[in-house]
Write a protein that binds this ligand. Structure first.
Ligand code: TPP
Ligand code: SF4
Length: 478
């Protein structure tokens, strides 16, 4: 049931004044007759009705509604073009009680953001998406959008949209309909008062679904852009009502109580992998304990850096795998240039007792540098009291920072002595885990075969762990 709403006046979910336009200003930046203002008013009314203002996080897109955050007195995030469903996914998974609204235009959602919307829908993220289809790129001056009708003249189709050159207009509600997970799909319009009332109901329903944690709700709203259509606001609405709805028929496409069932066949094949190595890998993983006895003294924000070919990314994977096998929350974020070998590479790893919000490690408290340029690049980024491990076989200079603990270890030499030229990464990781006590060495040994999969090198890698331990002991480092 939609509650009593004020017929006139401002919704509580809007700010009293829109500061961007100067104090006391009451009007939005939309052109006269634009649909965005009308739709945003409907959303604000629904937020009021449902009493979710304090829980709502409104994701503004790139497009004419880019400034929605000046209007909504809710949580606000401005997303990159097309990426709102990905941002919504992150926000919703992190703040489960939030009501996350992804508000997107047709260029944003059906153009550059097609991947994000399709996969968010396919995952059935329990968010609400309002898709404003005005059949044009409004903000940038009227280029063809994926939803532009055939024959329609735009800045980029001056002789009209051509089927063979430009493709067919994209029916997003129909596309959503082909995906099993969404619980609610409706196409509505703001062309007439009657349609406006239906839109109001759909907006309300799509938000109620999120309150009830039902799943992914998608409301496509046909909306006029008189400015770029070159029509008066009245003509624009008439055209929508009489022509646009032929191309984009209105109505409800789906209204399920829950996510749709898995499709037949989904669960019939329990295991497709017959790759022997992978099966071994899974067996190995089940041997690794999943409960951690000792809490971490502090979250490990690790940066490992070197040049491509030094096993930088595998070193990160090894640390992350050890963390996972200890039941810690982990993240692993590689960063590398297009050159697989020779270029620089680094990886960020987080090990934590709590959920990891972001995989970025801007200010590491652990730094493993495998070559000189990496030390130059990351030395200033580490926090005070960080542990800095330097591969002294290759890095010729000393660490300049005096507020960190530095451990010089000839990792490449030790690896070479063990007959494994490329295993300096194992030495570095062993040294780090031993000194920090973040992960027991037994866990490291169990995880090595899971990450460094070449069986032929397994024994050498394991003996290198022992050799590193002895080196650190002989040099009074542990
Ligand atoms: C990554 C990226 N590509 C392109 C742009 C340029 N751009 C800004 S708005 C826009 C189109 C917006 O159209 P739509 O999503 O339909 O929203 P409308 O303005 O019509 O409401 C484009 C292409 C951008 N800002 N960022
Ligand atoms: S250009 Fe079109 S979509 Fe943008 S504010 Fe003006 S009428 Fe609305």
């Amino acid at each position: 049931m939609i509650g009593q709403v004020q017929k006139f006046g401002k919704s509580d979910s809007f700010y009293d004044t829109y500061e961007r336009k100067g104090e006391g200003e009451q009007s939005t930046h939309y052109c006269p007759g634009c649909g965005h203002g009308t739709i945003q008013k409907l959303i604000a009314q629904a937020i009021d009705d449902l009493k979710i203002q304090d829980r709502t996080i409104f994701l503004s897109p790139v497009g004419c509604s880019v400034f929605a955050y000046y209007y909504y007195d809710t949580g606000n995030i401005q997303c990159s073009h097309g990426r709102a469903p990905a941002v919504a996914t992150g926000v919703k998974r992190t703040v489960k009680d939030a009501i996350v609204i992804s508000y997107q235009g047709d260029g944003d959602l059906a153009g550059i953001g097609m991947t994000e919307i399709v996969h968010a829908a396919n995952r059935g993220e329990p968010i609400t998406v309002f898709f404003i289809n005005n059949a044009i790129y409004g903000m940038t001056g009227g280029q063809m959008a994926p939803t532009t009708p055939l024959g329609r003249k735009t800045l980029t189709t001056p002789f009209g949209r051509d089927r063979d050159r430009d493709g067919m207009p994209m029916g997003m509600a129909e596309l959503m309909q082909a995906i099993a997970a969404p619980v609610f799909i409706e196409r509505c319009s703001v062309a007439t008062p009657k349609e406006l009332l239906k839109t109001r109901k759909a907006v309300h329903k799509a938000l109620q679904n999120q309150i009830d944690n039902k799943g992914f709700s998608f409301v496509e709203i046909l909306s006029p852009c008189p400015t770029n259509w070159g029509m008066s606001p009245v003509d624009a609405r008439t055209w929508m009502d009489q022509q646009m709805t032929l191309l984009y028929p209105l109505g409800n496409f789906r209204d399920s109580v829950t996510k749709q069932d898995d499709r037949p066949g989904d669960q019939e094949e329990p295991l497709w992998l017959d790759d022997e190595a992978l099966v071994d890998l899974l067996k190995g993983a089940s041997d690794v304990p999943v409960m951690r006895m000792e809490p971490l003294s502090e979250t490990q924000r690790v940066k490992i850096a070197g040049f491509g070919g030094q096993g930088v990314l595998s070193a990160g994977e090894l640390v992350a795998t050890c963390g996972m096998s200890e039941g810690l929350a982990v993240s692993w974020l590689p960063s590398y240039g297009p050159e697989m070998r020779g270029g620089s590479a680094n990886v960020s790893v987080t090990l934590s007792m709590e959920d990891v919000g972001s995989p970025l490690v801007d200010h590491p408290n652990v730094l493993l540098v495998m070559n000189g340029p990496s030390l130059d690049h990351f030395e200033d980024q580490v926090v005070e009291n960080a542990l800095v491990f330097v591969n002294s076989s290759i890095v010729t200079r000393k660490v300049r920072r005096t507020d960190v603990r530095t451990i010089y270890i000839p990792a490449t030499d030790l690896a070479q002595e063990a007959g494994l030229v490329s295993a300096a990464n194992v030495v570095m990781v062993t040294a780090y885990l031993l000194l920090s006590k973040a992960i027991p060495l037994d866990t490291l040994k169990r995880c090595i075969p899971l990450v460094l999969r070449k069986k032929a090198f397994l024994e050498k890698n394991l003996s290198l762990v022992e050799r590193t331990m002895v080196y650190l002991q002989e040099n009074g480092m542990v």
